[in-house]
Design a protein around this ligand. Structure first.
Ligand code: XMP
Length: 510
């Protein structure tokens, strides 16, 4: 076990994730965690994360000096590095220039952290303060043009400080440095794998739930599916999954979800499918304003879910497929600051009678959730499903939603996805889908004039879905998709490709 002590940096989970990539198990704790608790966990190493504060200010996050005297290797990153120096008798001051961005760094290859790292490499810097004097017993092991102490260490005591961020990909050799720390300095065996995470989680859920009843809102998306399967493996039919088909799903998606989670599927759980299409369409009739549409869909979803929950009666736990990026976006990410409030379907139902929430995927990134899914034998097409917004096709149909428009966008989207997969592009694109513009225009088909809808195709590449760029799809693929949509989907006579990046566009159309 390696413990990551969170001092409020944006990258704390990324640190944990890199450690897991070295096949070493790690857990994140707040810097407020008592030292006795840390000791009791008997970690092989401790990593202090970055953070937004200045360690020399009175009320800044700090830690007991004893942390550095337990004989357990400690690696401080950014704020963590400064704090280590500050506590152990070095000096940290405000720098004249803020160092930010990719920076060339010169490392001392005799350091155990940098043995296999290039002498001149690139690192990601983001700091106002700098270490102006290292603590006694330390030596400097890296510097940049502006930063005399980019890294320092006291090998005998197993203490290491790195001013930059080895955990981000902008530090190309950063993973090596973290590997060197956890595997070589701390001596972790590196035998932790996703299967262990899955196994431990299942065990922990089983203990927590006991013989209690658990309710899960299953959307068929990756996260809720993986969470549901994990629960089912832990507690079998003590779990009930409610799947609301709001009629705004992709083509055949409702049946696909039912095939996997329903009574004919491989999992032991109670599956309830609610076919609420008509309810949603009638609520949406005549509504054009995007935010109102979102609200109606979100609220109706909750009403339907609540009605089902009432039939089931009181439960002990409610499962949420929250994953780490959701936690960060909602500003609940440990010590880190709010970025934006997450826009998921409506939030929590008011009157579901439950005692506690279970979030088995809360610490994982999307690709780790997928790995966990594969580990549990969930079919690949489900595990590699694209992100799909809670309001579904409702926000991919501009303007009023009705059954006819849903059919058009479902059919066009299915063709688009089929062709993308055929071209072998499906895993390489961040998100892609067809949307229905509310525009109709004149065309000619056979010898006849048509006046039909235009479909927009969207495909974006993105790292975090906060910014995105249009993907450069091969023209032949676009052409095939266009001609198939126009030939096969009644009501469409024009196809556009959306080139807009985010910002200024958003990924979805509403
Ligand atoms: P935008 O359109 O905001 O989308 O650029 C960014 C990402 O978020 C997804 N998205 C949603 N996901 N509920 C969700 O669960 C929502 O209401 C919602 N709106 C957008 C979108 O598909 C994209 O991946």
């Amino acid at each position: 076990l390696v413990i990551v002590l969170d001092f409020g940096g944006q990258y704390n989970q990324l640190v944990a994730r890199r450690v897991r990539e070295c096949n070493v198990y790690c857990e994140i704790y707040s810097y407020k965690t008592d030292i006795e608790k840390i000791k009791a966990m008997n970690p092989k190493g401790i990593i202090l994360t970055g953070g937004p504060n200045s360690c020399y200010e009175a009320d800044s996050p700090t830690y007991a000096k004893e942390l550095f005297e337990m004989g357990i290797p400690v690696l401080g990153l950014c704020y963590g590095a400064q704090l280590m120096m500050h506590i152990l008798g070095g000096k940290v001051e405000r720098a004249d220039v803020r160092e930010y961005g990719k920076t060339e760094v010169f490392v001392d290859k005799t350091s155990p952290l940098f043995g296999d790292v290039s002498e001149k490499t690139v690192c990601w810097m983001s700091h106002f303060d700098y270490i102006s004097k290292i603590a006694p017993g330390f030596r400097i092991t890296a510097h940049t043009a502006d930063c005399p102490t980019a890294a320092a260490e006291c090998q005998e005591k197993g203490l290491y400080a790195i001013q930059f961020h080895p955990e981000v990909l902008h530090t190309p050799e950063g993973t090596k440095m973290l590997y060197n720390f956890v595997r070589n300095v701390c001596g972790c065996a590196g035998d932790w794998k996703m299967d262990a995470f899955v196994e431990n989680s299942i065990k922990a859920i089983r203990e927590k739930v006991g013989d209690g009843k658990v309710l899960c809102a299953l959307s068929g998306g990756v996260d809720s599916s993986v969470a549901a399967v994990m629960l089912s493996k832990a507690i079998g039919n003590q779990l009930t999954c409610v799947f609301v088909d709001h009629g705004l799903l992709r083509k055949n998606e409702g049946d696909e979800v039912e095939a996997v989670f329903g009574p004919d599927g491989p999992y032991d759980l109670n599956f309830i499918r609610v076919n609420a299409q008509e309810r949603f369409y009638s609520k949406l009739a005549g509504v054009e304003e995007p935010e109102r549409k979102r609200k109606i869909i979100g609220e109706e979803f909750i009403r339907v879910f609540e009605e089902e929950a009432k039939k089931i009666g009181a439960v002990d736990f409610l499962v949420q497929g929250t994953i780490y990026p959701d936690v960060v976006e909602s500003g609940l990410g440990g010590e880190s600051a709010v970025i934006k409030s997450h826009h998921n379907v409506g939030g929590l139902p008011d009157y579901v009678d439950f005692k506690e929430i279970i979030e088995p995927l809360r610490d994982l990134f999307k690709d780790e959730v997928r790995k966990a899914g594969l580990e549990m034998g969930i079919p690949e097409y489900l595990v590699f499903r694209q992100p799909f917004p809670g309001p579904g096709l409702g926000i991919r149909i501009i303007g009023e939603v009705n059954a006819e428009k849903v059919r058009i966008v479902q059919d066009a989207d299915a063709i688009y996805r089929e062709e993308i997969a055929k071209a072998g592009l499906d895993r390489g694109i961040g998100q892609y889908f067809a949307a229905l513009t509310n525009m109709r225009s004149v065309g000619v088909m056979g010898d006849e004039r048509t006046y039909d809808y235009a479909v927009a195709l969207r495909a974006v590449n993105t790292i975090d879905f906060m910014t995105a760029e249009a993907a450069e799809l091969p023209f032949e693929v676009l052409q095939t998709v266009m001609s198939r949509i126009i030939n096969e989907v009644r009501g469409v006579n024009r196809v556009f490709y959306d080139l807009t990046s985010k910002p200024p566009g958003t990924i979805e159309f509403e």
